[in-house]
Design a binder for this molecule. Structure first.
Ligand code: AMP
Length: 595
């Protein structure tokens, strides 16, 4: 994808200004030719303009072209294919069988994508059913049976339904393979082919992938017809053009973002900061939160009148506001002289946007700070950004409650010191002297410090924020996540008793599910379908394989190198060989997920 930087900045414009942004290269959702029902939903969601991938993918997809696109989570890729699918659905469609099938690697993503379709398709009454392993199959059967427009499925479960004839693909007009690289890594290639072979030849086929490994080519050649190809720009800025900005990222689950932002702002104590959000809704709710936490935050978004915008900028200029919360559109053409920090409340949808945002600090040789809050899945986008900016974004641990308390005490200490050096303190002498008759002078000082500290320190923001890792890979396991989300209910699809194999290498060594599946299929000659659940922890991994093959697998893996190492490989005794999850109905994947 090669969208240019978003706007040209007015050079050397001192102070703050909020001219309405020039209508420039981007265009609006309406320009993409979307129907009114979709446009009004997008406005309602507070989306101000399409992201670069949406700009480039929507028009050819609406026309019915096939497409192969490189896009990571966070680029807006879901809407880039969902909107055209919805656009192409016949109005008031009542057929029972689906018109579109979206295949995704994990249960978690199936739910997320189905929700996105549901959200965007609300105005059209679109019927969406997610289908994934680990959910009782009965519920899915009923949902499919009562009629559906879009099915979002993991390949294994889709295949189960296909074999039961509860999912019929003869009426499909569009198939989307989302996170295709990931699906191949997880050994779903065969399943995907079986599924695609059941679909009509004249279907539209769309493939999105964060990376473009060679293994995808075969799939693309076989199933895509003259696809439009979209790739992320690879240019780096000319040397010497890199911004002089300290770039830091914090990994924060979505639910903890407001608290995390407050904590980071408390620690960084910016003079003036610009906080970027994706949608108008987010701008409004975040500025409310920040105000409630004692910050003087102003909201700025494209839905505001020119008069309102001018008023906001006036307050910023006069120093009566210290945080500006804005969408990209609203912040265009805005130059705030005293800005010290730029905060990306979300990873921006394009690396160019990131470059553009952080270019607002660190100008003219001044130093600035860019802070990005990344959700655990944001790994790929962060890498792309590092690549495009040619600089490293340091992932740091969120300040802890203890750090924060220490920092606040430090601020109180500094304020007291300043007061001791500068202020006229004599008028308080009588108070201290009256108290020293009764108390020790140090105790009096302590009480005064306590009052001063409490008067300037916000309270009630010390909630626990879990320390989550940035996922080494989207298929990796974030803490607290059910590892079964990664692989179809953790069964070997060929059935039969399973054994667990312990491998003494884990996330710390960069092991990904694909490495293990690759080693087992390559070295032990098993089929990808025979590999069951894979759990990757920090220091080791456990893989389920068919019991009859376990000795061969262990022998073969002991000879293999994984990530350049010879790990310990042995039978994992925990969990045993005959777990209930292998019996009867559950072997077909309709049992509850393992706790
Ligand atoms: P995705 O890359 O599809 O996972 O989307 C990332 C996030 O961006 C989701 O939370 C979407 O709701 C949001 N999003 C997608 N398109 C837009 C847009 N044009 N404007 C604002 N937010 C968007």
């Amino acid at each position: 994808m090669t969208s240019a930087a978003e706007t040209t900045e007015p050079a050397g414009d001192a102070g703050a200004d909020a001219r309405p942004e020039p209508a420039e290269e981007g265009g609006t959702f309406a320009d993409l030719g979307l129907r009114p029902e979709l446009l009004s939903v997008l406005t309602g969601l507070g989306y101000e303009e399409p992201t670069p991938i949406q700009r480039e993918a929507v028009p050819p997809l609406v026309e019915g072209r096939d497409l192969q696109g490189q896009a990571a989570t966070g680029t807006g890729k879901t809407a880039a294919y969902a909107l055209p699918v919805l656009q192409r659905l016949p109005a008031g469609r009542t057929e029972r069988d689906p018109a579109a099938l979206v295949l995704v690697p994990t249960r978690e993503l199936a739910i997320q994508v189905a929700e996105a379709f549901y959200r965007y398709g609300r105005g059209l009454g679109t019927r969406v059913v997610p289908v994934y392993g680990g959910q009782p199959i009965g519920r899915q059967l009923r949902a499919l049976d009562s009629g559906v427009d879009v099915v979002v499925a993991t390949p294994g479960r889709a295949l189960d339904h296909l074999q039961r004839s509860t999912l019929r693909l003869g009426g499909l007009t569009t198939v989307v393979l989302d996170e295709a690289d990931e699906m191949l890594d997880m050994g779903f290639a065969e399943d995907i082919e079986t599924i695609l072979d059941e679909t009509p030849d004249e279907r539209q086929t769309v493939m999105f992938s964060a990376t473009m490994p060679r293994r995808l080519d075969a799939l693309a050649r076989r199933y895509l017809r003259e696809p439009v190809r979209l790739q992320i720009a690879r240019e780096r800025p000319a040397s010497g053009q890199e911004p002089l900005v300290r770039q830091t990222a914090y990994v924060v689950p979505r639910a903890n973002k407001p608290a995390a932002l407050v904590r980071v702002l408390d620690l960084e104590a910016p003079t003036a900061a610009l906080v970027f959000c994706r949608t108008r809704e987010e701008v409004d709710s975040l500025s409310e939160t920040l105000n409630a936490r004692g910050y003087r935050a102003e909201a700025l978004h494209g839905g505001m009148s020119q008069e309102q915008r001018d008023r906001v900028m006036g307050r910023l200029r006069a120093g009566t506001a210290d945080l500006l919360v804005a969408t990209d559109v609203a912040a265009r053409g805005l130059d705030v002289e005293q800005l010290t920090h730029v905060v990306n409340y979300d990873v921006p949808a394009a690396a160019e946007t990131y470059v553009h945002r952080i270019g607002r600090v660190g100008r003219a040789g001044r130093e600035g700070t860019a802070i990005t809050l990344v959700e655990p899945r944001g790994h790929r986008m962060l890498k792309t950004i590092e690549h495009v900016t040619g600089s490293r974004v340091r992932v740091e641990k969120l300040p802890t409650v203890a750090d924060l308390r220490a920092r606040r005490l430090e601020l109180t200490r500094a304020a007291l010191r300043e007061s001791l050096l500068e202020d006229e303190l004599d008028r308080f002498r009588a108070v201290v002297e009256a108290l020293t008759d009764e108390f020790d002078v140090v105790d009096v000082a302590l009480a005064a410090v306590k009052l001063a500290h409490e008067a300037t320190t916000p309270s009630g923001d010390d909630e626990d924020i879990p320390d989550v890792p940035l996922r080494p890979d989207r298929a990796g396991t974030a803490r607290g996540e059910d590892p079964r989300g990664r692989r179809e209910g953790g069964r070997t699809r060929s059935g039969g008793p399973v054994a667990r194999v312990f491998i003494g290498l884990g996330r710390a060594a960069g092991v990904r599910p694909g490495d293990l599946v690759g080693a087992i299929t390559g070295e032990a000659g098993l089929n990808g379908r025979d590999v069951g659940a894979i759990e990757i922890s920090e220091r080791f991994s456990v893989v389920e394989v068919p019991e009859p093959a376990v000795a061969d697998v262990i022998a073969a893996l002991r000879q293999a190198t994984i990530k350049g190492r010879r790990p310990t490989v042995k039978r994992d005794q925990a969990g045993g060989g005959e777990r209930p999850a292998r019996r009867g109905a559950e072997r077909r994947g309709d049992g509850p997920p393992r706790a």
